[in-house]
Design a protein around this ligand. Sequence first.
Ligand code: SF4
Length: 185
Amino acid sequence: MENAQGNAPSKIGRRSFLKLAAIGAGIGAASAFTAGKSLRAASAEEIKNPFPGSKRVKTICSICSAGCGIIAEVQNGVWVRQDVAQDHPISQGSHCCKGIDQIDLIKSKQRVKFPLKKVNGEWKRITWDQAVDEISAKMLKLRAENGPDVAMFLGSAKFNLQQAYYFRKFTAMWGTNNIDHVARV
Ligand code: SF4
């Protein structure tokens, strides 16, 4: 009798099949590693210091404007490891859950480093000038057609005091009181 997928039942049991699959996967992985000689035991020195020649640089987390202290370990110009800055006068050796992950935010392959525009379903790189020109033209068209209350401006926790001041000024210049903070704190 066939099962729901239309296959004839196997002669080996489910448990035996899983055991065989695990053994097969193990042999396959071991052969791949030994053939390429890509695995070896780390030396005692590498365990002690996996990034030889690296420098510890004092910096700050840029996710929000609290500016908590971070020690960035840098090797050959690449940020390789993160530590908390115990002696930072504000954060005093602590981070929030976002700051502890700052290095992964920087190294993420999904990080957008320049403006992109979707053209015929494909993301194309454009210049900052083109991005600002096109966005501002669309905003002005919306305001001309619907009035200034067509827009709502949401500030960011990234803003420092001065940036928040300019953001408020910009919203007033636009002509609306629709302004708030993303977190509403
Ligand atoms: S995101 Fe967190 S760790 Fe980073 S500055 Fe703000 S409070 Fe500090």
